[in-house]
Design a protein around this ligand. Structure first.
Ligand code: ADP
Ligand code: MG
Length: 788
């Protein structure tokens, strides 16, 4: 019970500086025995954001401060492990990361997506807990996990299997229910059973992926939302009827950055407001918890505080990590974060009266008050009040109201007396009458609408759809052309440089074209191999199929191939794949060794059996021999077996660790692939929007259609092969337009023959690339034909 009396433990972690960042001035005084302190210095001459009367030095106390070099395992050991131990002992626990966006909350809670050693508190905690549970055979344990995201005060189940098929907004919302004992229950949040580490990790990964996919540039979920990963443990002693429940919340909070109300520098620290209102409510709860005399804790103000209600005060161990980004630009936000942390550190769990006003008592009080008021009213009016009007009174009112409504005299009034019930009744009645007359008006109108319009609407909609599809294809073509131009320019630049280099070099006598080929070959090899890997994962990606209605268009795929070549994540994937290969090899080797040892043990066992048979035979042939004595040979065999078993066990444990590592690596690779896909999707849509803004006449006006015959004409010489099917549509070859299904069927095309000088789509000159563009044009023509 001693640990329940603790204050909330507050730690700080300083994120390593980025390459472009300038360090702010701070120092860490790490005290092993008591609290550590962090000092942040704000220079007086720092013009923006601070005025001269500000304090120069700020000092904050923390349980421990993890400076830039601190590694994930150390952070886990000192922050999360004690909480996990507590949860295993039956208490509730919470670890939450608080800090501005980009300060390392997700890195600390979940981990980095690149290296196995970067895995964060959640995977390490899972590993630790399952290890401990396995060791303890005195109880029967059941473990579940849940993963909740709170965005805009709405809760979403990140483990909902429907997630892949739908957007966040379409999922059933998680809502808070309170039972008569004021316990919180979350409706629509699934508890998924996880019997081992692997299952739990898969669930974590599933949730993270769902979170990432739901995020769009419009909905920056990771900045604005809170994520709560919860491990639920229940334990039971065999034969006992009582079950112990405990849960561990691992919380990645929304970014804590604030916006200045006025933007005037000097007020930044005092007059600031949260971007996220629910963080403000969290702070209010924390302040209330810290004030010993407060009996009302405002948990109900936000979903976040309701969910964490039984885990912030009371029977639990709560730990906070303040994540800090100590570069110059973020000094003020870091100070705000530290201040919040200092308030959190004041909360003493045992000092808190963890309760809200009992609603049942409130109801009793209110009922009493109503009765008193009723009595008073009866005294004044001389009539006893009931809540309902009598049938007779209602009829009377109807008559009164009707007379009033039908009376054409503008001076006529309706007097029902000083009785709110009657006044309300009249208003409702009038409202009903009005609504009724509106509806009948509409009905009248609709009778005059000719039926023909219905069918018109349908074809109109189809036309609209086709137009949209057409425009989408147009956009794709334009993006592709832009990319190809860039690629071509790159190649040309390279060629130019090489030419220049070989021109001045007297050493290399090789021709420049060979040089170029060599310099390009590694990247093209890589892309070919990668393309296969990626295409296999594309099918499983819900967001891509969502966008394009089943499959990625050819242009989109092509663009993706080029996009990922330049993307840093491709290198990460490759690195991790190498590592994975290594681990696989290691595992294979270990597996072989395990097998050898197993065979050896079996062999030794066989020898012992043989020995038994020999001794039994000996006993029969010469019974005088003392058979009860131990057989030294057998003893030796047994110790040998024991030793082999020991090494088997050690190797087996290594294998187990390796397995977890391999699985984690696989998940990481998958995750980075997903991210790459997502980045591409964002880029692709941005590119589309840019195009629409830059050249509106190319992509959105009806004139677009005039572009293509012109384009085809100018590109014929480039690739006649892939073009042969479509040449007949060129106005050039078929000037009469007899066989031309497009020009003859489309009035727009026919009447607007483009002037020959304008060419809207430039070609790349690369025959392969141009062939691809032409494939689009063909697709586009199909649409046009359909439309006609
Ligand atoms: P937040 O979740 O607070 O918005 P992130 O955890 O996403 O911030 O961190 C931002 C970036 O900084 C990420 O690319 C992350 O990998 C990196 N990062 C954060 N903390 C560390 C750290 N301790 N060591 C290395 N990289 C870090
Ligand atoms: Mg984050």
């Amino acid at each position: 019970a001693a640990m329940v009396k603790e204050t909330i433990r507050v730690y700080a972690r300083v994120k390593p500086l980025g390459r472009q960042q300038q360090a702010g001035i701070y120092s860490v005084d790490d005290n092993e025995k008591s609290l550590s302190s962090l000092e942040i210095i704000v220079p007086r001459d720092l013009a923006d954001g601070f005025v001269n009367n500000k304090r120069e030095s700020y000092k904050f106390k923390f349980q421990k401060i993890f400076d830039q070099e601190a590694k994930q395992d150390v952070v886990f050991d000192s922050i999360a492990k004690p909480v996990a131990e507590c949860v295993l002992a039956g208490y509730n626990g919470t670890v939450f990361a608080y800090g501005q966006t980009g300060s390392g909350k997700t890195f600390t809670i979940t981990g980095g997506a690149e290296r196995y050693s970067d895995r964060g508190i959640i995977p390490r905690t899972l590993s630790y807990i399952f290890d401990q549970l396995q060791k303890d055979s005195s109880k029967v344990y059941t473990t579940h996990v849940s993963y909740l995201e709170i965005y805009n005060e709405c809760g979403y189940d990140l483990l909902d299997p429907r997630h892949e098929a739908s957007r966040l907004e379409d999922l059933p919302k998680v809502t808070i229910m309170e039972d008569p004992d004021q316990n919180i229950h979350l409706k629509n949040l699934s508890l998924q059973q996880a019997t081992n580490e692997e299952e739990a990790l898969n669930l974590l990964f599933l949730g993270d992926t769902n979170r990432m996919i739901a995020e769009t540039p419009m909905n920056q979920a990771s900045t604005r939302s809170h994520c709560i990963f919860t491990i639920h443990i229940s334990s039971k002693e065999p034969g006992s009827a009582t079950v112990q429940h405990s849960k561990l919340h691992l919380v990645d909070l929304a970014g804590s950055e604030r916006v200045a109300k006025t933007g005037v520098g000097g007020h930044l620290l005092t007059e600031a407001k949260y971007i996220n209102l629910s963080l403000h409510y969290l702070e209010q709860v924390i302040i209330a918890l810290a004030e010993k005399k407060r009996s009302h804790i405002p948990y109900r103000n936000s979903m976040m505080t309701s969910v964490l209600r039984d885990s912030l005060g009371g029977n639990c161990l709560t730990t906070m990590i303040a994540t800090l980004s100590i570069d110059k630009r973020n000094i003020d936000e870091s100070i705000v974060t530290c201040r919040f942390a200092q308030r959190v550190a004041l909360i003493k769990n045992e000092a808190v009266l963890n309760e809200e006003i009992d609603p049942r008592l409130m109801i009793v009080q209110l009922k009493k008050e109503i009765q008193e008021l009723k009595d008073e009213l009866a005294l004044v009016t001389g009539k006893q009040r009931t809540s309902e009007l009598s049938q007779e009174e209602l009829l009377q009112l109807d008559v009164l109201l009707e007379t009033f409504l039908e009376d054409n005299d503008p001076d006529s009034t309706l007097d029902v007396g000083a009785d709110m019930r009657k006044i309300k009744y009249c208003f409702i009645h009038v409202k009903q009458l009005m609504n009724h007359s509106k509806i009948s008006d509409k009905k009248l109108l609709s009778q005059y609408i000719p039926e023909e319009k219905e069918t018109n609407k349908e074809t109109g909609e189809e036309l609209k759809k086709l137009k949209e599809l057409l425009q989408q294809r147009d956009n794709e073509i334009n993006i592709l052309v832009n990319m190809l131009k860039k690629e071509k320019k790159k190649a040309q630049d390279a060629l130019f440089q090489l030419n220049a280099a070989s021109a001045c070099s007297t050493v290399f006598e090789q021709s420049p074209s060979i040089n170029l080929e060599e310099s390009q070959s590694p990247s093209s090899c890589f892309s070919l191999k990668e393309a296969k890997d990626f295409s296999s994962s594309v099918h499983r990606l819900p967001f891509l199929s969502r966008k394009t209605g089943g499959k990625m268009s050819l242009g989109c795929q092509e663009a993706f191939e080029v996009f990922k070549q330049d993307h840093a994540d491709s290198i990460t994937i490759e690195d991790n794949k190498q590592l994975l290969k290594q681990k696989f090899a290691e595992a294979k080797c270990l597996g072989e060794k395990l097998n050898e040892v197993r065979i050896k043990i079996n062999h030794l066992k066989g020898e012992i059996t043989q020995r038994h048979v020999q001794r039994a035979a000996l006993a029969v042939s010469s019974p005088s021999e003392e058979l009860n004595t131990l057989d030294p040979v057998e003893e030796k065999l047994r110790t040998q077996i024991e030793e082999e078993k020991k090494s088997y066990k050690a190797m087996f444990n290594r294998m187990k660790g390796l397995k977890v590592e391999i699985e984690h690596l696989q998940l990481l690779i998958e995750k980075v692939k997903m991210k790459l896909q997502k980045d591409f999707e964002v880029w692709w849509s941005e590119e589309t929007i840019n195009l629409q803004q830059e050249k509106p006449e190319m992509v959105s006006s009806p004139n677009t259609m005039t572009v293509y015959p012109q384009f085809i004409k100018s590109s014929q010489h480039l690739s006649t092969n892939s073009f042969s099917d479509t040449t007949r549509v060129s106005p050039n070859e078929d000037p009469a337009g007899k066989n031309n299904s497009i020009t003859s069927s489309n009035p727009t095309l026919k009447t607007r023959t483009p002037p020959s000088s304008s060419t809207s789509i430039p070609l790349t000159g690369d025959s392969q690339a141009d062939a691809d563009i032409l494939a689009f044009i063909k697709a586009r023509q199909n649409i046009l034909q359909k439309k006609g």
